[in-house]
Design a protein around this ligand. Sequence first.
Ligand code: WTA
Length: 584
Amino acid sequence: MAEKSTELIHSAMITKDPSKLRLKPNLQDYEQSRKNFKWSDADNMVDWFPGGKINMAYNAIDRHAKGKKKDKIALIFDDGQGHVEKFTFGQLGALTSKFANVLKKLGIKRQERVFFFLQRSPELYAGFLGAIKYGAIASPMFPAFGPDAIRDRLLDSGAVALVTDSELKSRVYEVKNLLPELKHMIIVGKDAAAGELSWEKEMAEASDMFDATPMDPEEFSYMLYTSGTTGKPKGVVHAHKDIVQIHLSTNWVLDVHDEDVYWCTADLGWVTGVVYGVIGPWSNGVTQVGLGGRFDPERWFKTIQDYKISVWYTAPTAVRMLMAKGDDIPKKYDLSSLRANYSVGEPLNPEGVRWAMEVFDSKPFHDTWWQTETGSILITNFPEMPIKPGSMGKPLPGVEAAIVDENGNVLPQGEEGALVLRPGWPAMMRQIWNNPAKYNEYFKNGWYYTGDTAQIDKDGYFWYVGRADDVIKTAGERVGPFEVESALIEHEAIVEAGVIGKPDELRGNIIKAFIVLSPGFVDSPELKEEIQKFVKKKLAGHAFPREIEVVKSLPKTRSGKIMRRLLRARELGLPIGDTSTLED
Ligand code: WTA
């Protein structure tokens, strides 16, 4: 690390003429705010209960449901198959209260874990926020997860209740006998079996009056499992207090205004879906669209047109996929409603920013950087700020970010090193569930280590370089090599496996596996295909190796750890580096 970089990517800066912006940005003067802002300034953007208590879901829904926005549309839900439902803040207030009452009736205790394994649906929004309103810890799981991924999460968290549906529940039953703490299965879809509760029946019977539980700001609101280099996915736990920064960042970065129609494309199983696809926009009282179904370029452009989306938050892989379809498709639609576009999850290529300038009538993408652990956008391109295509932008006021060397010394501008943050921003994770040692690994020399490498240019813009660890970002989704390796070696044909991310034009990275075959098995396309299906079924559709290479042995340290760094270097023709710990 810490090599002197000779040159930063130079791309033409996109400047903005304030008089041409359709609406005045909520954050007027970035540099000024960065100088003067204190986190306590943001406290009055949210509602508090007496005694310094707070509730994240109360802020997202109830304060509007009880106020002037009671009859404003909060959610336009389009299932992607022609069925559209609209919900006002008042209606979401009632639905979340109903679900909180269901949890009360079941005797769920404060801070117990309530999980959701559902496709994007009104029930998912209502259930997730209802659980937070109640004082449980809510966690949605990505609906493409297979049985192993489900088991890891429910087991580690000790979840006591799970809301799923009649289609997805079979994957849960494959591992249900390994989950002694899971007491309640609530099934959406009218065909609950014996031993299950029916969502429809319970919700119909529950009262729609429930006063959000006043929580200590440090009590937990939601958790999400995410991947690291080693071990199983870890449960990143967030507090009710996060709402302060979630509200502020949605307001300043995504710059939502009362008249906006906002659309975040991320699934609720990922942090972007939770923070900026549920909590932040609603805390700001904005109408948002939720689109079900799979990625489909025509449907996406049609969604922007039909609902007059004005603020759009999506991901680079989606942008590249839209770009790959050519410019004729967007030309068929009226996209003039768009006011601002944002992206997150992986580096956004300068071409993506420029493509947007052409296709969306001079509305570029604003790249935003953050992590499941950071709980909020931390480095970003603000609406009032010129964009340097390819750069992640600048830190949120109140956030100190730096580039450091191995010893935590701050490096001068232009040098590449570890991207670190000064701990203490309100939305920072509070815990790794059940694993204080893992939590502590993030902090060293007074810094929080992001695991990313980056550099800062002379104007203070941050540029992403890569990951400092083995975490793979494929199509914007975070995958741990260990999880994939563990799934692979459960296949009878595989003795050992090493997994890396391999750069890919469309997906950012694809997962590549190097495997050593068990005696008696021979390399064939059929075997590889079978192995891919096997991993897909166990883990998830996005977490299988798109490339598999059979090798005789894997490079390992003397203590037996697979050296993924070496596999990657070989694959990409990079310098092999220090191999002194390598086994013979
Ligand atoms: C990567 C997603 C480049 C980065 C919200 C980070 C990015 C990890 C960007 C977190 C960006 C996120 N440019 N890389 N704008 N945003 N990343 O937890 O490696 O799923 O550490 O959170 O995604 O992924 P996570």
